[in-house]
Design a protein. Structure first.
Length: 154
């Protein structure tokens, strides 16, 4: 069982701020959509895909593709829910060690999106597969938007 009050009060409120922002962009039901990523009907997929693009476009300038790729590689190698759960502390470490506030906030939003989704895995095989596909979409759009921002900055 999750203990909601486990983090320090300050870290807990920061995490909640990231969660609110993620829900504002991805929608209140982003966890269910991530867990059912490949089973969404075409209209739901289009809507969620658009929201993923918007979410990633906002954090892309502050997260390198190599950082996101490291997270994705851990998720991709996961064989079951236990393996997926081990990615959560890794992402938390990335957030914790980041000193740049913009990068910390971008990583924090990614952290809550993946953490909340992974912690709700119930149908192990289907949900693990869908989390992998969801993470793959995050990486793909991050690479796209990171490149777009660099070209636009010149």
């Amino acid at each position: 069982m999750r203990e909601k009050n486990f983090p320090s009060q300050n870290q807990g409120s920061q995490e909640e701020t990231w969660r609110i922002e993620a829900k504002r962009i991805l929608g209140e039901n982003f966890v269910n959509r991530a867990l059912g990523f490949q089973e969404l009907n075409i209209e739901e997929f289009k809507d969620f895909n658009y929201k993923i693009q918007e979410f990633v476009s906002r954090i892309a300038k502050d997260i390198t593709s190599s950082s996101l790729r490291k997270v994705y590689d851990l998720i991709k190698k996961s064989k079951d829910a236990s393996d997926l759960l081990f990615t959560i502390p890794y992402i938390a470490y990335m957030v914790g060690k980041e000193e740049n506030i913009g990068k910390k906030n971008a990583l924090g939003k990614l952290y809550v999106v993946l953490k909340d989704s992974i912690e709700e895995v119930k149908n192990e095989e289907k949900h693990v597969k869908n989390i992998k596909k969801f993470a793959e979409a995050l990486v793909a759009y991050q690479k796209f938007y990171e490149g777009t921002k660099r070209r636009g900055d010149k």
